[in-house]
Each structure stands twice: as structure tokens, then as C-alpha cells.
Design a binder for this molecule. Structure first.
Ligand SMILES: Nc1ncnc2c1ncn2[C@@H]1O[C@H](COP(=O)(O)OP(=O)(O)OP(=O)(O)O)[C@@H](O)[C@H]1O
Ligand SMILES: [Mg+2]
Length: 342
């Protein structure tokens, strides 16, 4: 192929490609390639452009007659490193270098490993406790009824933590699975909120928190999945009860919005405000990450697995809505959910 044809051919390829000519200078490069190495590459010696020893060595070996090789190239120009798998292949007088972006698949792998590590850790803690109590009960505390009752209570607590964790994990994977299918049921939000609050009454009483419902726009209907919306508001209101200080008030407000700026449609806002200790701003963006807890010790004491808001986020995405968390340390937290009504 002549130089002109090579240039046309390379320009048509979607991934970064660079062609090195017989004089070791760059003969052709496409636009994705220029995005890595910058403009004005044609005619430059490849060593002055590539600069990474592994890749330069692979090109030298290809020049010496070695067959197709695979190496790596890391682009450190942007905000974060981009890792490429690079194939260096001789083709007649030329050497063809192609780049495959591996960042996404490497990140996905890392996320999967983190997830497994988190789940194992979360299960191991209660399991270790259970095994310890079983040992004590079958040994030292065998004939001590008072200790036995206390230990059994703790064991029941730890076992139910594990059950909740497994339930939450299943729920998360189900929600992720149907996130792309928009729900169609018609849901009456004020009725749904009343019933969620009623269901949480025992918890609110135990925490000495009063939950108020303020319906400013009655008869609001949304297209939604009632079961999932119950899950959303149960978690948000439960969080407000758990992390809002005792003896205080939680307010749930439902108000229609003519035009939501961000969603660009008619929407309804459901906000849950508490008067608890609040969350420092650097934590806020991370609250919806799986297993993220501000004070993991305290949250674990109140039975939290840190999956609640991750599930909430997926459900709201499925409903084409959005969520906003505002918090002032020492003042309280306000979690707002915006759902399209049209
Ligand atoms: N209203 C709130 N006030 C203060 N902190 C909050 C509030 N809501 C959530 N958080 C913080 O966000 C973290 C994540 O909340 P999330 O609902 O995802 O998990 P959780 O409540 O700990 O566990 P789960 O909901 O799975 O039982 C909590 O552990 C807590 O630290
Ligand atoms: Mg929660």
C-alpha cells in the first residue's frame, strides 16, 4: 500500500492506530491516536513520541523481524491514567501499532474484587461472633441460664444482620437487572407515604422520634413500581429515624413541582428532613456507594449494612428521577427525591 492509502485506511479505524514506516518515523496515525500522542506526528521519529521503554522495545523487536507482540502503554496526561493493551505487528516494511483501552474492564474487575471483599467482610464479622458464642455456650456458659439468654439474644441479632445483608444484596441485583425497564403502575404517593410511616412507627417510637407527614399536593400520581417506592421511602425515613437524634422530629413533605430544572418535566418532590447530627460534605457524594457508612461502627450498631441508599439510587434511576442530599453538621439532613409525574 502506498502512504496515501495507508493514511486513508488508518483514518477509518475506530481505535487508536499508528503506522511506523521503514525509516522508523511515523507514517500514519488516526484521530484517536492523536488524542493520545498529540497533533503533528507524521514524520517524527517514533521514539520521541512514544517514550515508554516497553513499547519502544517492542517496536525495535518488530523491526528486527519478530512477530506480533503485545505490550502496555499508560497515558498519564488526563485526570486519571488510561491503560492500553498495545499490539505491535510488522506488516511488510511498516509496523502497525494498535491500542485497546483496558481501563473500563480493569475498573470493572477491581469493582468486582472490592465487592466480594466487602461482602465477605460484612458476613465474617457476625459469623465470627456467632462461632464465639456457640463455643462459650457449649463450654463455660453451659449451665449459666442468665448468660445463655443474653448470648442467645446477641446471636439472634447477628443472624438477623446476616439475613438482612443477604436480602439487601438480592434486592440490589434485582433492581440493577430491571433498571432499564420503566415501571408502569399508577402509584398514589400520599397513600404510599402514609403506609410507609405507619410501618415504621415501632422503630420511631423506640427511637423516640416523631414522624410528621406534610402533604402539600394531594392526589399526586406517578408511574412507578409501588413495591420499590416503598423500599425507597422506608430506607430514607428509617435513616432519618436512625441517624436523627432521639426526642426529635422527622418531617416528610410531598409537594408538586411545575417544572423540575434538572429533570425538565413536571415532577413531584418528596423530602425527608431530620434534626440529627448531619453528614460532613465530603461524605455526601459517597453515601450512595455500596457499603459506604459515615461511621461504620455506629451504623453497624443500628443494624445498617450501608446498602440502603445504593438500592434507593438504582430504583430512582429506574423511575427516571433524581435524588439530592443536603446536610448541615449539627443541624440535620434533608434527602429529597424528585419523580417525574408526566
Ligand atoms: N439522615 C441521615 N443522617 C445522618 N447520616 C445518614 C443519614 N442517612 C444516611 N446516613 C449515612 O449514610 C450511610 C449510608 O446509608 P444507607 O441507608 O445506605 O445504609 P445504612 O442505613 O447504614 O444501612 P441499611 O440501609 O442497608 O440498613 C449511613 O450509614 C449513615 O452513615
Ligand atoms: Mg439505611
Amino acid at each position: 500500500m502506498n502512504t496515501e492509502n495507508i493514511a486513508l485506511f488508518v483514518a477509518a479505524l475506530p481505535i487508536p492506530v499508528m503506522v511506523i514506516g521503514p525509516d522508523d518515523r511515523i507514517e500514519a496515525v488516526n484521530q484517536p491516536g492523536e488524542a493520545i500522542f498529540g497533533p503533528h506526528l507524521i514524520g517524527r521519529h517514533h521514539v520521541s513520541v512514544v517514550r515508554q521503554p516497553a513499547m519502544v522495545a517492542a517496536i525495535a523487536e518488530a523491526r528486527a523481524g519478530k512477530d506480533r507482540q503485545v505490550t502496555r502503554f499508560i497515558n498519564r496526561d488526563g485526570a486519571k491514567d488510561i491503560r492500553y493493551r498495545v499490539a505491535v505487528a510488522p506488516a511488510g516494511e511498516q509496523i502497525i501499532v494498535t491500542f485497546e483501552d483496558q481501563t473500563a474492564s480493569e475498573e470493572a474487575g477491581q469493582m468486582r474484587r472490592d465487592f466480594v471483599a466487602n461482602v465477605s467482610h460484612e458476613l465474617r464479622t457476625p459469623l465470627t461472633a456467632l462461632l464465639g458464642f456457640i463455643e462459650t455456650l457449649s463450654g463455660a456458659a453451659r449451665d449459666d441460664p442468665a448468660a445463655r439468654d443474653r448470648f442467645l439474644e446477641i446471636m439472634a441479632h447477628e443472624a438477623s444482620r446476616m439475613t438482612r445483608l443477604v436480602d439487601d444484596l438480592l434486592s440490589l441485583s434485582r433492581v440493577e437487572e430491571d433498571e432499564r425497564v420503566r415501571p408502569k403502575e399508577h402509584v398514589d404517593l400520599s397513600a404510599l407515604l402514609s403506609s410507609v410511616i405507619k410501618g415504621l412507627e415501632p422503630q420511631a417510637e423506640a427511637a423516640e422520634v416523631v414522624v410528621m407527614l406534610d402533604i402539600q399536593s394531594p392526589d399526586v400520581m406517578v408511574a412507578g413500581d409501588a413495591g420499590q417506592l416503598v423500599q425507597v421511602f422506608t430506607n430514607i425515613i428509617e435513616n432519618a429515624i436512625k441517624y436523627g437524634a432521639s426526642g426529635k422530629q422527622v418531617t416528610v413533605t410531598l409537594v408538586g413541582r411545575q417544572n423540575d430544572v434538572r429533570l425538565r418535566v413536571e415532577a413531584v418532590e418528596i423530602s425527608v428532613s431530620d434534626q440529627g447530627e448531619g453528614v460532613a460534605s465530603h461524605h455526601i457524594a459517597r453515601l450512595t456507594e455500596r457499603f459506604y457508612r459515615v461511621d461504620s461502627h455506629r451504623s453497624r450498631e443500628v443494624g445498617g449494612t450501608g446498602l440502603g441508599l445504593a438500592i434507593v439510587k438504582h430504583i430512582i434511576n429506574r423511575h427516571r428521577g433524581r435524588m439530592q442530599i443536603e446536610s448541615e453538621e449539627g443541624e440535620g439532613t434533608k434527602v429529597s427525591v424528585f419523580l417525574p409525574t408526566s
